[in-house]
Design a protein around this ligand. Sequence first.
Ligand code: FES
Length: 486
Amino acid sequence: MRSMSHYLPLSRVARLVGQPRSEIQRMIHNDELVTFDGMVDMNELLRVFPDVSWEDDGEFRRVQEIKEKAFGKRVFERALPDKEVLAERLFELGKEFAAAKTLLLHYHEVLRFMGDKLNDVAETGGAATHDAVTGLKHWLKRELNAAPQEAERAEALLAQESVMRIMSAQVTIQPTGHEFFVEGNDTLLEAALRAGIPLNYGCSNGNCGECKARLVSGQVKKVHPHDFVIKDAEKSNGAFLLCSFTAITDVVIEAAVFGASDIPEQGITTKVKAVEMLGDGIAALHLTAPRSQRLRFLAGQHVKLSIDDAEGEYYVASCPCEDRHIEVHVRRDNRGFSRKVFGNLNRETPVRLEGPHGEFVMKLDSRRPVLFIAWDDGFAPIKSLIQHAMSLEIAEAMYLYWAADGVGHYQDNLCRAWTDALDDFIYQPMPNNSGPKVVAEAILAHHPNLQRADIYAAGPAEFLAVLQAGALAHGLSPLGWHGEVV
Ligand code: FES
């Protein structure tokens, strides 16, 4: 054996090699990368990615930056963790290095003792024994002095991984298996929401206890005080609040991930951040939720908006991972709410929001290729779903077909940016003036076999009906169909 085994979790492997997690999972699925208990041996990583330069993570940064830009998320902050968290992470890493050093000193002693014993055997044995022992000693010395294969690359990889572990901690959620990283000063709840993982929570400031989770392994640290009282018996069983704690080391937690039916109806007064004209007949209304009351929703859901007595129901077009930002697409028509948006709507105007509503949401455990299909402004929920899927890196490959005529492909540049940023994203804009049947047939012609796929489609009922029938005829499982009449 030439180098020590060192195992890395999948999410960290993806970061180290600058690939999406879904790509790493695809490689594992195809036996291109071997794992042990869901972890990758460092030697295996060096074997499979011989060309990756560990010393420079520029490629990873580049992909991250493009993704951040393409998702329209906050500017990527490489914020250092809080001082105390940083100190504890360094301390933990120091403990690991101290343990490794102690082990090395112990091995050194064992070797020294063995050397003395071999000398004794050589002196007391005959000539043949003397020669055998001398040969063994020479072999041992040569092997101990030889640099392990790939020593430089292994060292660079370990150094890079150590820096990553200081900057961020990896969190694995049981029983769903979701993974995310805690960076900067984020609490576990903030980091999960940024990653688009819908963990259960309520007040987000330590009062309600809704975000209670259980620590299975690793270390967490309280970074915000909380009023909610956790009983001692629960505490000793690992209970803590996600909105008050951050992770010091990589952790495994037990926490509730919610579905559409678990989300309570919320009433929030948001404020207009901007009205962005996307074309003649459609505008993006950007709203900001109050700091203390972010909207809990899942991608694909819709909300009721009202300004004074003008109201309307709109799909959220932004990702649940976008913190307080909410985007909806409003068509120009004669309805009161539309007239307000296309009139003179000032920044900071209060907009009442109620919701979320609807069940057109993503299956978070699917790892299959996904076809997203939008008809005209059915693009709004599809956009939210795509951004959520990107954020969670859950799909093996993504295809976006956008059939538009009336309102045009009003966010064409964004879709092209996704194509540029991701290797496994294919965007196909198409006209829809030839009718639902022709459009459905054109899309399905690209996918003769849909047995291993999921479809999320939003558009008029007539289009969905022909598309669904065609997709099932191409082998789509009925469970893989998710259609929303828009
Ligand atoms: S969300 Fe209310 S205590 Fe954490």
